[in-house]
Design a protein around this ligand. Structure first.
Ligand code: XBP
Ligand code: MG
Length: 227
């Protein structure tokens, strides 16, 4: 079946956003008076859990019972973290990963449609497209599926299935682009062929099942895949 659309992951794929997420988490911990601080090493391990709220829950499951926050406090902490993340990204300094802007332009030139399938929330996608393209997300992508819209986050296929439904396309007509093993598993579970471009945080993960593993999306030859 001819290629009709690319479905792109956000964090780690469009841009190296996880350091900004980690900074936002740590700023929200300090503002809440928590003695928590996630080092890069701790965060690298926590990234095996998709979803910031789920990541907070995974982290505190290892703490003594008396140090754990109730569900509503976790939700409030994540809302604060998200507001801080958006400030950090809106403040500038975040660039698209090499090859992303060219890939998007080349896909458009080929008449391909573009979608996003991400674990993060819609507001974070909007902040990133404003920062990196100077445009709202709907002006860059034809369909946007985010983690706050689905019951199960990656590696479950839900967010990719939502992107397919919004595109009105079959999995065989699409190519997914991911940075992580979690994301690769989600796209494959939705039946979508997937190219991986490992991020600074996911290099060395097992990408078995990927159509290709590329250091940069500048190396993605749509001509070969779209043929
Ligand atoms: C990566 C994630 C997200 C971010 C943090 O998303 O797992 O949870 O790490 O963002 P992607 P939130 O699927 O785009 O790689 O705190 O908003 O979840
Ligand atoms: Mg990712």
């Amino acid at each position: 079946m001819r290629l009709s659309a690319l479905i792109l992951d956000v964090d780690g794929t469009l841009a190296e956003t996880e350091e900004a997420h980690r900074r936002a988490f740590n700023e929200s911990f300090a503002a809440a008076g928590l003695g928590w601080r996630w080092s890069r090493e701790t965060y690298a391990g926590l990234l095996r859990t998709a979803g910031g709220r789920e990541r907070l829950r995974a982290f505190q499951s290892g703490l003594p019972e008396g140090e754990r926050l109730a569900a509503d406090a976790i939700a409030a902490l994540h809302r604060d973290k998200t507001a801080r993340y958006r400030e950090i990204v809106a403040g500038g300094g975040l660039a698209l990963r090499p090859g992303v802007a060219v890939l998007v332009a080349r896909a458009r030139a080929r008449g391909l449609r573009l979608a996003v399938a991400t674990t993060t929330g819609r507001e974070n996608v909007e902040t990133l497209t404003a920062a990196c393209w100077g445009r709202p997300a709907a002006a860059v992508f034809d369909a946007i599926a985010t983690g706050d819209e689905v019951a199960a986050k990656k590696p479950a296929p839900d967010v990719y299935r939502l992107a397919l439904a919004r595109l009105g396309l079959a999995p065989a007509a699409c190519l997914a682009v991911e940075d992580s093993r979690i994301g690769l598993r989600a796209a494959l579970a939705a039946g979508i062929a997937t190219v991986v471009t490992p991020s600074a945080w996911t290099r060395g993960e097992d990408f078995a099942g990927a159509l290709a593993v590329l250091p940069s999306l500048a190396a993605l030859d749509l001509g070969r895949i779209a043929a």
